[in-house]
Design a protein around this ligand. Structure first.
Ligand SMILES: Nc1nc2c(ncn2[C@@H]2O[C@H](COP(=O)(O)OP(=O)(O)O)[C@@H](O)[C@H]2O)c(=O)[nH]1
Ligand SMILES: [Mg+2]
Length: 315
């Protein structure tokens, strides 16, 4: 199928075309890149909601609740669950299969999980491109579920218009340890499993962390929402918080999308240049030999890069 045919069917919201498009993107095939080229101008309409947090925090359960609530409000939803830890255990995939059943007969929902293929950088790009596919297919909301708050996950979350960081009672140490990363990405905090002992203490420790930051006038202060994803308690409040954030950032959404574009451009350009160097500029094996020479102090990294760079430019 040509990119044009496939994209035409994606625009119609055809689930099989969506599935096919996502597979092409996952495989990092040139056909996937062609598809992105074809659909890109018709994207930018969907609102992207990122949900991150440690394994077992209840993200999938929460995403499922959010999906149900958004559907009830008449919104169409695409879900992409990225789980770098699930490639072998299959646990998350199994959970997702159960979820998919709940929405199986609803054409307004499309759920897809992706496990890591060894390099998370690629996963971040794949995630944002899957979001583009949902967007092109007319989904109003794209929910992106991802595990953890390491740098690579931060890159995934950066894809979103709003980032929700999910924690659970009793993980206060975790919050402390991840403070810097969390502050950077959280637009909304969720303390899930609020039915458990210690939810208020958890909320208070996030509050204490926030109070260290001097919020300027009109700056968004991340709210802390307590939820019980299993029963759905607090989910209405969470949606309300998302809507408040969306309204608050409506004026600045352009600059958020611009910095997202900048990040992707830099990444693609760096990757393209590096691939060019590795495949076109250096003879086979030279990259590795250069690493050896640096390791054995025969050459320093700056000189090595100067040399490669000038050879790349003089071709
Ligand atoms: N007690 C309690 N359990 C929950 C809650 N939310 C999720 N769970 C359970 O926590 C486990 C992990 O949930 P899951 O959504 O798969 O977590 P994820 O790894 O963050 O996606 C499951 O057994 C859920 O049923 C909650 O609010 N309270
Ligand atoms: Mg999950």
């Amino acid at each position: 199928m040509t990119a044009a045919t496939l994209s035409a069917r994606v625009f119609e919201g055809d689930p099989r075309a969506i599935a096919r498009a996502i597979s092409l993107i996952e495989d990092e095939s040139p056909a996937g890149a062609d598809l992105v080229r074809t659909i890109f101008s018709r994207t930018g309409r969907a609102y992207l909601i990122g949900v991150t947090g440690p394994p077992g925090a209840g993200k999938s359960t929460l995403v499922d609740r959010l999906t149900a609530e958004l559907r009830a409000a008449g919104q169409t939803v695409g879900v992409v669950a990225v789980d770098p830890t699930s490639s072998f255990s299959g646990g998350a995939i199994l959970g997702d299969r159960v979820r998919m059943q709940a929405h199986a007969n609803d054409p307004g929902v499309f759920i897809r999980s992706m496990a890591t293929r060894g390099h998370l950088g690629g996963l971040a790009r794949a995630t944002s491109e899957v979001a583009l596919v949902f967007d092109a297919a007319g989904k109003d909301i794209v929910l992106i579920e991802t595990v953890g708050v390491g740098q690579d996950e931060i890159d995934i979350v950066r894809t979103a218009d709003v980032s929700i960081v999910t924690v659970v009672p009793g993980s206060g140490d975790e919050v402390q340890a991840l403070k810097a990363g969390i502050m950077e990405i959280a637009d909304i905090f969720v303390v899930n499993k609020a039915d458990r002992e210690g939810a208020d203490r958890m909320a208070a420790s996030i509050e204490a962390m926030l109070s260290l930051h001097a919020f300027t006038d009109g700056e968004w202060r991340p709210p802390i929402i307590k939820t019980e994803a299993t029963t759905g308690k607090g989910v209405t409040e969470l949606i309300a918080a998302i809507e408040r954030f969306r309204a608050h950032t409506a004026a600045t959404q352009g600059s958020r999308r611009r910095s997202r574009a900048e990040w992707r451009m830099r990444e693609l350009l760096a990757e393209r240049f590096l691939r060019h160097v590795e495949t076109q500029v250096l003879p086979a094996g030279e990259f590795d030999r250069t690493l050896e020479r640096i390791a054995s102090r025969e050459v320093d990294p700056y000189t090595a890069v100067d040399d490669i760079f000038s050879r790349a430019l003089n071709r």
